[in-house]
Design a protein around this ligand. Structure first.
Ligand code: PH2
Ligand code: MG
Ligand code: MG
Length: 173
């Protein structure tokens, strides 16, 4: 069993599930399968888009799951849930109904990239931009205060202290 931290984000409504907060709740309900169980979920946060733009604010959270899946199988599972919730992939960082990212897969450090058809797409691990994002680091700290960056060993306190200024984030009640 591997402990995996996932980032969840939404800044568009889904016609059935509703506002971003409900979309994240529906995504959390869709995660469990025979090879995966959800262990804990952080508080939800309202966060300004990064980079700052006129997109709607996001709702973000982090959850910890335990899984038997490989990184590529987990990625395929997450992309299936994104598609089910109406995610359309076109441009990086565009507004989206649902984004599910593998942040840390049991401390694995992987360059990622495309491999053979059997293995599918291998994600880059840990998530290459997680260390610069308040909307990932704050909820991750709520869940796993002793977590350290698998590649650099940096603590969450150090990463949060080093964040570039101006990322607006508000914890939801
Ligand atoms: N996701 C992005 C780009 N920018 N900004 C916020 N606040 N929250 C996100 O989840 C987010 C983002 C790319 O996945
Ligand atoms: Mg993302
Ligand atoms: Mg993503």
């Amino acid at each position: 069993m591997t402990i995996v931290y996932l980032g969840l984000g939404s800044n568009l409504d889904n016609p059935v599930f509703g506002a971003p907060r409900q979309v994240l709740e529906a995504a959390l309900a869709a995660l469990p399968t025979p090879g995966l169980s959800v262990r804990s979920v952080s508080p939800f946060y309202e966060t300004a888009p990064v980079p700052l733009s006129d997109q709607p604010w996001y709702v973000n959270a982090v959850c910890a799951v335990e899984t038997h899946m490989s990184p590529s199988h987990l990625l395929a599972h997450l992309q299936g849930i994104e598609a089910q919730m109406g995610r359309k992939r076109a441009i990086r960082n565009e507004a989206r109904v649902l984004d599910l990212d593998i942040l840390d897969f049991g401390g694995l450090v992987l360059a990622g990239g495309e491999v053979g058809p059997a293995a599918g797409i291998v994600p880059v691990l840990p998530h290459p931009r997680m260390a610069e994002r308040a909307f990932v680091l704050y909820p991750l700290r709520d869940l796993a205060p002793d977590w350290r960056h698998p590649a650099t060993g940096a603590t969450l306190g150090a990463l949060i202290a080093a964040l570039p200024p101006g990322q607006m984030i508000r914890r939801l009640g």
